[in-house]
Design a protein around this ligand. Structure first.
Ligand code: NCD
Length: 306
């Protein structure tokens, strides 16, 4: 059976620590890894739009000396002719050594894995999970804070449909001393399945508030998110909620001087461009880190060591 990454808990805490250590080593000694995946092929199957995730996967595989193939929209694949995900994956697993897949349906990568002889990586499934963004987030927090324990993190925006948030809360629930603050409008609150199956199950407390201003002073990490337009059933609700939180330099005045501001990107209006100059803005570093942690992940799933 190939090793897949469908849910962040498919990796143990110790394995995530190892991936972070490998990514740090890649950052320090990139040349050491330049032929690690020579003659290996990564397929990127994106049934939903993407910039960073797909290109960071491709850039990661190229930096490891491998090559890439794939498609970036379902309309250019046989999906448009009615082919099932199972048959598409069965086909691609005949050509590639590893597959990164994004799909609008929750659970599609899990289903796909049943048809694949090569490792499947979930690159985002609907409003459900996004484990490789979580690895990126964890590497960034680790580099900025020096550890993954004992801090207060505020998740702000669309906590209902934001798949990156669901995976990161799940990963952090396995660390120690994390204080969770969920900042959202009533309609976009953290889903009950995360509160019950992830947090309550581990006896973890969390705070919920609609006010970013009230939450700000206590935060060590602020994870901003985009309101997920594509998951709304109703355009009017999206328009009403989309600009609920707009982080600007003024809102950062009461924040800690070593706050780490993250955003999986793309941003729409939730962080003004003026914040980019603030040394606490870490989201562009996060983009870079996404490539290095994916290099580490590809090597791990292909069982390649250097
Ligand atoms: C996120 C995603 O696709 O879920 N983007 C990403 O992968 N970096 C966040 C988003 O689209 O809002």
């Amino acid at each position: 059976m190939p090793r897949n990454l469908i849910d962040i808990t498919d990796l143990s805490v110790a394995e995530i620590d190892e991936l972070i250590a490998t990514a740090e080593d890649i950052i320090a000694h990139p040349a050491k890894y330049q032929d690690a995946c020579a003659h290996k092929q990564l397929a990127t199957l994106f049934f939903e739009p993407s910039t960073r995730t797909r290109l960071s996967f491709e850039s990661a595989m190229l930096a490891l000396g491998g090559s890439t193939l794939g498609f970036s929209e379902a309309s250019s694949s046989s999906t448009a002719k009615g082919e099932t995900v199972g048959d598409t994956i069965h086909t691609v697993s005949c050509y590639a050594d590893i597959i990164a897949m994004r799909h609008p349906k929750e659970g599609a990568p899990f289903a796909a894995a049943q048809y694949s002889e090569v490792p499947i990586i979930n690159a985002g499934d609907g409003g459900h999970n996004h484990p490789t963004q979580t690895l990126t987030d964890l590497l960034t927090i680790h580099r900025e804070k020096g550890q993954l324990d004992d801090f207060t993190i505020g998740f702000c925006g669309d906590l209902k449909f934001g798949r990156t948030v669901h995976s990161l809360v799940t990963a952090l629930s396995r660390q120690t001393g994390i204080r969770f603050v969920f900042i959202s409008p009533e309609e976009l609150k953290m889903p009950d399945h995360i509160k019950e199956n992830v947090l309550a199950k581990r006896g973890l407390a969390y705070e919920e508030t609609a006010s970013l201003e009230d939450a700000m002073p206590a935060l060590d990490v602020l994870y901003m998110t985009r309101v997920q337009k594509e998951r709304f059933f109703n355009e009017a609700d999206y328009i009403r909620l989309k600009d609920t939180y707009v982080l600007d330099p003024e809102k950062l005045v009461p924040a800690k001087s070593d706050l780490c501001i993250l955003h999986p990107l793309p941003r729409v209006n939730e962080i003004t461009v003026a914040v980019d100059k603030d040394p606490r803005a870490c989201y562009w570093k996060q983009v870079k880190n996404g490539k290095f942690i994916r290099m580490a992940l590809i090597m791990k799933l292909l069982d390649i060591r250097v």
